[in-house]
Design a protein around this ligand. Structure first.
Ligand code: AMP
Length: 471
């Protein structure tokens, strides 16, 4: 099926073609006709499925009858409201709206907190048809009477489950109460809890349920791997993986707290890795800079909290590392949804200390997959900060020697220290709690990573992920 078969206007077809999309994704194939028909939608779609275009394209199609070039603000009332949980996601959706609307004289504004409200006031005063907003700042505008919502015809709630997690539901209910009852409403969520269903019941009228991937499922193109590791040497293992093992040019690392996130980024920098942090304590400009540095490749490793990373769309992100497992199993799905997007291969690595085994079990239950576990030699239960640092120092020296022309050494040869380290499989990972098995078995066929390679079994570090040696 092509986009033109969906009946979209030529201005949109042209924009879509220029965006390089040859055919609609499954969510687009399903959602576009339903939205064009005027029905409410309850959409279950993961990030990376193309859901933004799935709702934006039909909205723009319907709004096109209002498109005009008049300078009068009265000719540009707010007709579509898209609510997103974070600034980054709002910016991304706004960017998509602008991409798809480039041949239509429709105006779109992005309204989010943490920045000066004045430019937003000016933009709203001039008139805009489409507002993409985070709930808190939108309510600030409502209170200042800088926005009128009485002509809104379409409302979209994007990432509703995250809105719930972030405590936005009362704000959302307040906003919905300000909209005309006669409107079309769309709700998208990667997961559906009872609370989300309750919200949907109060917001949507006989909605069409659209689901592209089964709920709580992760992309089939992602390879999962767990490295059991004592908490004390986690940071060293991360450095080792980034320098020696993960060949990915871009890696998104998740941390649970803002503090840990900032500290980890600094530590990685000290270890010679181009890293930056993105979390809620950074101002908008710092967050934008970090994200842009990452997208451009100037920064290899972006350390992020769940909230800050929500909805980030980074093309071709090959690897996500969970420095800590998230407290909520569903967040694992959101985190790793940054990789393996749009059918591409992705890697999800988790560093798991013994106190996190309950989290791991909950995640495995949710995604219906036993994740392969590998203890990295040298970072096993006997490892201490000192021994781990020694490995990194040796590794550094080895790398220097390795690049020196007068020393011949096979490219992936292991340093002596690591060659003597006990092997993970034979070592029988225990750590006094543990995981059900040292090596996991796929429960869902075709959904797990391969077992440890021969080289790894022999206790040698090899670049298992992407074929390179990570330098
Ligand atoms: P989303 O799930 O909306 O965050 O979209 C994920 C990514 O897929 C974005 O980078 C979009 O630009 C891209 N995308 C959306 N629709 C298509 C399509 N039909 N073909 C190819 N890429 C697409």
């Amino acid at each position: 099926m092509s986009f033109s078969e969906l009946g979209l206007i030529p201005e949109l077809l042209r924009a879509v073609e220029e965006a390089g999309y040859s055919e609609p994704t499954p969510i687009q194939r399903q959602a576009i006709p339903v939205v064009l028909e005027g029905r409410d939608v309850m959409g279950g779609a993961q990030t990376g499925t193309g859901k933004t275009a799935g709702f934006t394209l039909p909205l723009l199609h319907k709004l096109s009858r209002w498109a005009n070039t008049s300078a009068s603000p009265a000719r540009h009332p707010v007709r579509a409201l898209i609510l997103a949980p974070t600034r980054e996601l709002a910016m991304q959706v706004h960017e998509s709206v602008q991409t798809y609307a480039k041949y239509l004289p429709l105006r779109a504004a992005c309204i989010y907190g943490g920045v000066d409200i004045k430019p937003q006031l000016d933009e709203l005063r001039r008139g805009v048809e489409i507002v993409v907003a985070t709930p808190g700042r939108l309510l600030d505008h409502v209170e200042q009477r800088s926005i009128a919502l009485n002509q809104v015809e379409f409302v979209v709630l994007d990432e509703a489950d995250r809105m719930l997690d972030m405590g936005f539901i009362p704000d959302i209910r307040r906003i919905l109460g300000l909209l005309p009852a006669q409107r079309q409403s769309l709700l998208f969520s990667a997961t559906f809890s009872d609370e989300i269903k309750k919200l949907a019941d109060s917001m949507l009228k006989s909605p069409q349920l659209i689901e592209v991937a089964r709920r709580n499922m992760v992309s089939e193109t992602i390879t999962h791997r767990v490295h059991p590791v004592p908490g004390a040497v986690k940071r060293d293992l991360l450095t080792w993986l980034l320098l020696e093992d993960v060949a990915a040019p871009q890696v998104l690392v998740f941390c649970s707290t803002k503090l840990a996130c900032a500290r980890l980024a600094r530590q990685l920098q000290k270890d010679g890795i181009a890293a930056d942090a993105i979390h809620g304590d950074k101002n908008q400009q710092q967050r934008t800079e970090a994200l842009e540095g990452f997208k451009s490749g100037a920064i290899r490793v972006l350390v992020a909290t769940d909230v800050a990373a929500r909805g980030l769309d980074i093309d071709d992100l090959p690897c996500v590392i969970n420095y800590e497992l998230p407290p909520t199993a569903e967040d694992y799905i959101h985190r790793i949804g940054r990789t393996g997007r749009a059918g591409k291969q992705g890697n999800a690595i988790s560093l798991v200390s013994p106190d996190e085994h309950l989290r791991l079990s909950a995640i495995e239950k949710l995604i219906k997959l036993k994740i392969t576990q590998e203890i990295v030699p040298g970072f096993d239960k006997d490892a201490t900060s000192d021994s781990a640092r020694r490995i990194l120092r040796n590794q550094n020296a080895d790398r220097r020697a390795h690049t020196s022309p007068d020393r011949e050494r096979p490219r992936n040869a292991a340093p002596d220290t690591l060659e003597r380290k006990p092997n993970l499989a034979s070592d029988g990972f225990d750590f006094n709690r543990p995981y059900a098995e040292t090596e996991s078995k796929p429960v869902v066929p075709g959904k797990t990573s391969s077992p440890p390679s021969a080289a790894r079994k022999a206790g040698r570090p090899i670049p298992f992920l992407l074929g390179g040696n990570g330098r």
